[in-house]
Design a protein around this ligand. Structure first.
Ligand code: SIN
Length: 286
């Protein structure tokens, strides 16, 4: 497709780096090209943006209605922006999003797009990993697809809250204030295991070790072999990409089609990103 900017694929199946686009001055053609590139690649990295919080909000709004994240304290002066922050003196703490997940998948209508901009980066480490849930689905055998296609999985915020509170020997982060223990977040909600990625019409696995508790109608023990197999499967190197952040990177991903995790390997250094969220949608079975 002839785009108004340059697109370089990152992984074999998903992810792309966009250059030659200024997110501050997106015209109608740029917006429609960006949406087309996003539908195809599912993770986009826009280089050299350096947006202010206001500019990031304005850009995010071009992609759809802003989604105000529940349970996470936003910036005082920007209720639609969250600072994803770990301070240099926060040593051996659990961090925001450091296990595979799609954002807030336990909600009835989880958010669709998430957008992160790098503001301050450690000299090494602090990467973000993404897994392509469409490619992971496609690669399963026909027999496994037949078995999984009709299933639903239960999601709950409960496991995340428990891990955050006591991740083994780790303390709790203070840079991002997440409030846990809400009854409506901790109930189990059923979502299709195989979800439609509307923009492309593709099928995507929709489960994660952060929020999925079990298969609907089964116990956690009975579900564990299948879920563990899926977690190992989608995290295979050929389905993953790694974002090595550069100053000014603005990265967006589609929670309907990818899962992600933040690598917590940069103790002793400050890392700050601004995060906005766009749209929400009840997961639809593919
Ligand atoms: C997140 O899950 O939003 C955090 C990702 C990151 O810090 O890299």
């Amino acid at each position: 497709m002839n785009m108004s900017f340059d697109v370089s694929p990152i992984g074999a199946t998903f992810g792309a780096i966009i250059t030659g686009l200024d997110a501050r001055s997106l015209d109608d053609r740029g917006e429609s090209d960006l949406k087309a590139a996003f539908a195809e690649h599912r993770v986009l990295v826009l280089r050299d943006q350096n947006l202010s919080a206001d500019e990031q909000v304005a850009f995010s709004r071009r992609l759809g209605p802003l989604y105000r994240m529940p349970y996470v304290k936003p910036l005082d002066d920007h209720p639609d922006v969250i600072a994803v922050l770990k301070e240099a003196d926060e040593i051996n703490v659990s961090t925001f999003g450091s296990w595979w997940h799609a954002d807030f998948s336990y909600l009835e209508e989880p958010p669709v797009f998430s957008i992160l901009q790098a503001l301050e980066l450690p000299p090494k480490g602090g990467d973000t990993l993404f897994a392509d849930m469409c490619a992971a689905w496609d690669a399963l055998s026909d027999g496994m697809k037949r078995l999984l296609a009709p299933l639903k999985v239960m999601h709950s915020g409960h496991i995340y809250g428990t891990r955050l509170a006591s991740d083994g020997s780790k303390g709790r982060m203070r840079g991002v204030q997440v409030s846990t223990g809400h009854a409506e977040a901790d109930v189990e909600r059923a979502h299709p295991l195989v979800r439609l990625h509307r923009p492309s019409g593709r099928k995507a696995l929709f489960c994660s070790p952060t929020y999925t508790t079990r298969l609907e109608g089964m116990t956690a023990e009975e579900s564990q072999p299948i879920l563990s197999m899926l977690y190992d499967h989608f995290a295979r190197p050929e389905f993953t990409i790694r974002q090595r952040w550069q100053d000014g990177d603005l990265l967006m991903w589609d929670n309907r089609a990818v899962v992600h995790l933040a690598v917590n390997d940069y103790d002793g250094y400050r890392r700050l990103l601004h995060r906005t969220t766009v749209g929400s949608e009840r997961p639809v079975a593919a």
